[in-house]
Design a protein around this ligand. Structure first.
Ligand SMILES: Nc1nc2c(ncn2[C@@H]2O[C@H](COP(=O)(O)OP(=O)(O)OP(=O)(O)O)[C@@H](O)[C@H]2O)c(=O)[nH]1
Ligand SMILES: [Mg+2]
Length: 477
């Protein structure tokens, strides 16, 4: 039914299967609905999209390159990313410019990089780039211009393709399913409010404390910046619990260098030649135009590759060669852990978010199409499918986060979604026995009944019906 029928791992996904069945049923209703089913099917069978957002120069493009394993996104101290770019696994390597009206134009690539856009940037919604890369097989990455009042123009470009109802058009939206939110110190209030406008939940939003290798006083300070960043990420994770699932410290530069094959034996030798110098000589090396220890050009290249932290702490390791240094950079970058969270937690909720987007599309069709009763029947059936229970809970969580984030109903929904075992879902330790699980579910069922007598919002009304259903199922297991 779809243009790209290659199944994405996991091979058998009951949520996808349920949605695919519904799309087949939809396609069978009328010829124009077959076209809708095909369009929606393309969303279903392409990898979820993870958007990287954050302040200007937070290290977004560097992280994108590190995750892809190739220097595809422009990064620089001065140059800013000026348009939204979607990086998707696919061959051949190519790019298209997507205009605000949704139309597409092929774009000439010179040596893998995008040359001139060929159109007024004001007409461009985003750049769609395909490149063969196993690293982005399970999720497509979206790099965005940084948020900052100084570059209001770039910020507007990020907003108009990400935020529902921002400027009138949704034709050329990138439709992201999850966000990685980068900040190199505490995020500002306007950044948090931008994030809220994206319409994600804390379950599909990951916080990244970026540039961890320069955190606090940096590489020359008393405290190891990476350790400091790890501790601070924990504090921020608690503080931002309403916004992000967790906060992970990342040194994107170290990962970009180690994942894109930028490091050579000559670099390792140059770095190793700095072993044995004291703090003052290292300061001289880093800070002056004419360092005495190595030529300025060599110093600049190593600084670009591994930063001050890499120079100070990687010197000894470098003596063991480029491969060992590469491993050291990876291990200190935080990227292996980030990859784990992306593919497990964030990836899981990105898929749930996308499923809910598809159901919303079907709801829309049921609203506008003459075959509304049959479409409604398909959607109702889908919502009752036990395989889609998580998606239904997620929809209610989204409504509750808008209506009343502090309500205990919101807390219950989030816990049910975040945990995998019945005990965890009910707030019990995993060691809890079946009797205790049943008794607690029964107790919560009673609570939900009582709550339902005096609800504050329509969202809560609807959520409590689903909670009652969930608790009775848990009580019966
Ligand atoms: N030391 C260090 N420098 C970093 C790190 N990540 C990025 N940088 C540097 O910070 C500068 C900006 O990085 P980018 O990745 O271009 O940042 P960005 O968020 O994409 O910037 P805009 O697109 O302009 O908003 C570059 O010079 C990077 O080399 C990091 O983890 N550590
Ligand atoms: Mg950038």
């Amino acid at each position: 039914m779809t243009a790209t029928p290659t199944p994405i791992a996991p091979a058998w996904d009951p949520v996808r299967a349920g949605l695919d069945r519904a799309l087949h049923a939809l396609a069978g209703l009328a010829p124009d609905l077959a076209a809708h089913a095909n369009r929606i099917g393309q969303i279903l069978w392409s990898p979820p999209r993870i958007v990287i957002v954050g302040r200007l120069k937070a290290g977004k493009s560097t992280l994108v390159n590190a995750l892809i394993g190739a220097p595809v996104a422009e990064t620089a101290a001065l140059e800013a990313t000026s348009i939204v770019a979607v990086y998707q696994d696919g061959a051949p390597s190519r790019a298209e410019v997507v205009l605000l009206d949704g139309s597409r134009r092929p774009l000439h690539l010179s040596r893998g990089h995008t040359a001139d856009l060929g159109v007024d940037p004001e007409q461009v919604a985003y750049l769609h780039r395909w490149l063969p890369s196993a690293a982005i097989r399970d999720f497509t990455l979206v790099d965005t211009p940084g948020l900052a009042t100084l570059t209001a123009e770039n910020e507007a470009r990020t907003r108009r393709v990400l935020i529902d109802g921002f400027e009138q058009t949704r034709t050329a939206s990138v439709d992201a399913d999850a966000a990685v939110f980068l900040f190199d110190s505490a995020p500002r209030a306007d950044e948090i409010s931008f994030l809220k406008q994206l319409g994600f939940t804390p379950l599909n939003t990951l916080g990244v404390l970026s540039r961890a290798d320069g955190f606090g006083e940096g590489a020359l300070g008393q405290r190891n910046p990476l350790e400091h960043a790890i501790a601070h990420a924990r504090v921020l994770g608690d503080r931002l619990a309403d916004t992000v699932m967790t906060v992970m410290p990342i040194a994107g530069l170290l990962a970009e260098t180690s994942h894109t094959g930028a490091l050579t034996e000559a670099d390792a030798r140059a770095l190793a030649s700095l072993t044995g110098y004291g703090p003052l000589e290292v300061l001289d090396l880093l800070d002056t135009d004419t360092p005495t220890v190595v030529p300025a050009a060599v110093r600049d290249r190593i600084l670009d590759l591994v930063g001050e932290y890499g120079i100070i702490h990687g010197r000894d390791v470098a003596a063991r060669g480029a491969a060992t240094l590469n491993e050291w950079l990876t291990a200190h970058s935080g990227i292996p852990q980030l990859r784990g969270v992306l593919s497990q937690h964030l990836g899981r909720f990105a898929a749930v978010h996308r499923a809910s987007r598809i159901i919303r599309e079907l709801d829309q069709l049921a609203f506008t199409h003459p075959a509304r009763d049959q479409i409604r029947g398909i959607v109702d059936h889908l919502r009752r499918d036990p395989a889609l229970h998580t998606v239904v809970l997620f929809e209610h969580l989204k409504s509750m986060l808008e209506a009343d984030p502090r309500s205990p109903v919101t807390t219950e929904l989030r816990r049910l979604l975040e945990h995998h075992t019945p005990a965890g879902q009910l707030g019990l330790p995993d060691s809890a026995g079946p009797d205790q699980v049943r008794a607690t579910a029964q107790q919560k069922l009673g609570w939900a009944h009582t709550q339902a007598l005096s609800t504050m919002t329509a969202a809560e009304d609807a959520a409590l019906i689903v909670l009652q259903h969930t608790y009775s199922t848990l009580a019966a297991t």
